[in-house]
Design a protein around this ligand. Structure first.
Ligand code: SAM
Ligand code: SF4
Length: 355
């Protein structure tokens, strides 16, 4: 069978967006991602399902990969160059927490000059951004997304396991000053934990001129305690916001955009709702993921990963790597199975996959 030149799959989707994870480690312990704190245990113990989580105090963290298994900057650059030749236009650096990777600005400088790469972005919890932001921008970072689920000191700590709200707010302010516009901020909404802050977060987006994203909680937490009752559906978030604000839909020319976006009446800032659980957008998915240890994942919920690192380290030529990537992408899953009777949560969880 002749495989197509661009990275197309068997469902006629063309890949344009690559997420590159730089590490599986993180300095936060978000209860929807890497829960380990007593607060997280209390949440999972008492909230919805004491039977399924009888012993949540034994919240298990993943086993971190040794450094030797992580792709080096040289390896990442080589692979990104190949992906861009195959039609990838946008790269987002993520993790784990990407700012934990030493010398990350050197990687950004290498990637920023790749011909054909149109967008270089990063998703971060923002804790270290004040220290590193300027160097990242100077190295060529074009856009940044912060994660910030709460504007209350106590609730922020409860959700992330760390007392870091002030640092994140300072990071967001710096990103604006550096001109990394539009500065994006993501919040995962969990019923009973931060859903009472939806309006407050949207008001913050308006007053600070941010592009704010409300994200449905997905079954990718390391405690495997996700239940659909914890998900606040995107429709409910929107209805609440429409009660409080006059919102105008923003039309998008890009069918692969995951967020449905809305502008405030006065044009300051915008909100977006990402609803992969209640309104899957798999039909237009154009994303691939490269894990920190060099595995390709064709879906967040893939049950199989493809080991590009071994091929790379065994001396494969660019042609061999390219052919391998094409063949892998061809078999990208049609859609995730959340909510279906045959749904299986992937072995690796969000921080190890690269969100
Ligand atoms: N550490 C960085 C951060 O938090 O921004 C980057 C990695 S994090 C895994 C990337 C994104 O995934 C964050 O916006 C985070 O909120 C989101 N995320 C993590 N676990 C999630 C889950 N179970 N459901 C939905 N989003 C999740
Ligand atoms: Fe760390 Fe990001 Fe996961 Fe929170 S969401 S634990 S900041 S990787």
């Amino acid at each position: 069978m002749m495989l197509p030149k661009l990275l197309s799959d068997s469902h006629a989707r063309v890949m344009r967006d690559l997420r590159v994870s730089l590490t599986d480690r993180c300095n936060f312990r978000c209860l929807y991602c890497l829960p380990e704190t007593e607060e997280a245990a209390n949440f999972y113990r008492t909230k919805f399902d004491p039977v399924r989580n009888p012993n949540p105090e034994k919240l298990k963290l993943p086993e971190w990969k040794p450094r030797s298994e992580m792709l080096s900057f040289e390896e990442i650059e080589r692979l990104v160059r190949l992906f861009v030749e195959l039609g990838i236009e946008k790269v987002r650096l993520t993790g784990g927490e990407p700012l934990l990777r030493q010398g990350i600005e050197m990687l950004i400088a290498r990637l920023a000059v790749i011909p054909g790469l149109q967008d270089l972005a990063m998703t971060t919890n923002g804790f270290h951004f004040v220290k590193k932001g300027r160097a990242l921008k100077e190295a060529g970072l074009r856009r940044i997304s912060f994660s910030m689920d709460s504007l209350g000191q106590a609730n922020f700590k409860r959700m992330t396991g760390r007392d870091g709200l002030n640092e994140v707010l300072a990071g967001i302010a710096l990103a604006k000053t550096l001109g990394l516009a539009p500065v994006k901020v993501n919040a995962v909404v969990i019923r009973g934990i931060n859903d009472h802050e939806i309006e407050r977060l949207a008001e913050f987006a308006r007053s600070e001129h941010l592009s704010f994203r409300f994200i449905e909680f997905m079954p990718l937490d390391s405690s495997r305690a996700w239940l659909k009752e914890m998900v606040v559906p995107g429709k409910e978030i929107l209805e609440r916001l429409q009660t409080r604000f006059t919102l105008k839909p923003i039309a998008s020319a890009n069918p692969s955009e995951t967020a449905r976006r809305w502008a405030f009446e006065d044009g300051r800032g915008e909100i977006g709702i990402i609803a992969p659980v209640s309104e899957p957008f798999c039909g237009h998915c154009n994303r691939l993921r490269l894990t920190a240890d060099g595995k390709i994942r064709t879906c967040l919920f893939s049950l199989h990963e493809h080991d590009l690192k071994s091929l790379l380290r065994s001396g494969a030529s660019n042609e061999q790597l390219t052919e391998s990537v094409r063949a892998i992408v061809w078999h990208k899953e049609a859609s995730h199975r959340i909510g279906k009777s045959d749904f299986v949560q992937p072995a690796r969880t969000m921080s190890c996959i690269g969100g």
